[in-house]
Design a protein around this ligand. Structure first.
Ligand code: NAP
Ligand code: GDD
Length: 337
């Protein structure tokens, strides 16, 4: 049975990756941070009685800022695959907490790589890189060869993690792969990222709990895909004969305004009546547009996106309506709006 170690298992991607690996028959070990309140809601459905003899899902306390716990768990678990998904992952917050962001997203990657370098068994390593690294884009669409021009402390830290992953691959022969993932969303997306903020906001307005939704820059354009498909790409990267770097994206770009328009229209609402612009949500330096070319992933690892932009908006909105106690069948169909 293959053993995998996952950092960031309580996050959106970590939870979908755990679902996927368990379905493939893996033994899955996740590292979680100690928190004063429960932080495992996305993986509670995977909980198993620790006394169950054939249990395959385990959680351990650790932190990417704490190398000794990373080394300890790596050596106790002896995983064949390590997925590094943990990070302070909010771009806006990274301007407020640059040092912690760099410590988790940048130095945390180095700490794990260094622990793996000394492992006495072969380990395959996946690094959760980001399209944010392209920043002020120099060409469109972006590929694995596009130059990085990061525009936030988060993106700078991710560039460090990306380059360090290549460094360890080349210097020490580690099987270390970088994913360069464009934005991917789902009903498990954190509520302060813009897509989920919008779909939750629409549900709250429909439920009569809110009247207004406060947003920042509606002109930013992103390449939005569906998270469960993106974790499949991570796994595929570690099953290749040689480690490599891959862009994972849909190749389609939409503005925040389009996402807003689509979500409110599905609910039969006029967004202009409900959306207010709040300067708090603007960033000191913005990434205006991101659009990825995933041709290499299509050819080499057989990965391609399936969920369209409109289907993504709908599935997130349906889930948030259900969570708000509303019937999702009240959403309009494309033909009726
Ligand atoms: P997420 O939902 O914000 O999850 C981040 C995870 O990192 C959580 O489990 C969080 O734990 C954990 N974490 C935070 N600080 C940590 C620390 N000091 N030590 C250990 N773990 C820590 O992010 P996501 O959307 O799943 O993204 C997964 C990874 O992919 C991240 O590295 C992100 O930067 C990267 N990425 C995401 C996207 C995207 O569009 N989603 C695109 C490209 C790259 P708590 O639950 O305790 O906070
Ligand atoms: N969060 C947020 N909240 N963003 C807003 C808002 C708002 O109220 N209003 C407008 N935006 C704009 C942001 O300025 C940005 O241009 C865009 O919406 C997307 O913001 P986020 O959803 O926060 O995502 P992100 O693109 O900054 O970062 C996400 O994707 C990256 C991959 O490109 C995160 O998941 C990163 O961890 C990931 O690396």
């Amino acid at each position: 049975m293959t053993r995998a170690l996952v950092t960031g298992i309580t996050g959106q991607d970590g939870s979908y990756l755990a679902d996927l690996l368990l379905a493939k028959g893996y033994e899955v070990h996740g590292l979680i941070r100690r928190s004063s309140s429960f932080n495992t809601s996305r993986i509670d459905h995977l909980y198993q009685d620790p006394h169950e003899p054939d249990g395959r899902f385990f959680l351990h306390y650790s932190d990417l800022t704490d190398s000794s716990s990373l080394v300890t768990w790596l050596n106790r678990i002896r995983p064949e695959e390590v997925y590094n998904l943990g990070a302070q992952s909010h771009v806006g917050v990274s301007f407020e907490m640059p040092e912690f962001t760099a410590d988790t997203a940048g130095m945390g990657t180095l700490r794990l790589l260094e622990a793996i370098r000394h492992a006495e068994w072969p380990v395959r390593f996946y690094q959760a890189g980001s399209s944010e690294m392209f920043g002020k884009v120099v060409e469109s669409p972006q590929t694995e060869r596009t130059r990085f021009q990061p525009r936030s402390p988060y993106a700078v830290a991710k560039v460090f993690g990306h380059q360090m992953t290549i460094q360890y691959r080349e210097a020490y022969g580690l099987f270390a792969a970088n994913g360069i993932l464009f934005n991917h969303e789902s009903p498990r997306r954190g509520p302060t990222f813009v897509t989920r903020k919008i779909t939750r906001g629409v549900a709250a307005i429909l439920a009569g709990r809110e009247q207004k939704l406060y947003l920042g820059n509606l002109d930013a354009r992103r390449d939005w895909g569906y998270a469960p498909e993106y974790v499949e790409a991570m796994w595929r990267m570690l099953q290749q004969p040689e480690p490599d770097d891959f862009v994972i994206a849909t190749g389609e770009m939409h503005s925040v305004r389009e996402f807003v328009d689509d979500a409110f229209a599905l609910a039969g609402l006029d967004w202009q009546q409900h959306v207010e612009i709040d300067a708090r949500y603007f960033r000191p330096t913005e990434v205006d547009e991101l659009c990825g070319d995933a041709s290499k992933a299509r050819t080499m690892i057989g990965w391609e996106p399936k969920t369209t932009f409109h289907a993504l908006v709908r599935l997130m909105l349906e889930a948030d309506l259900r969570e708000a106690g509303l019937d999702p069948s009240r959403l309009l169909t494309a033909a009726t709006r």
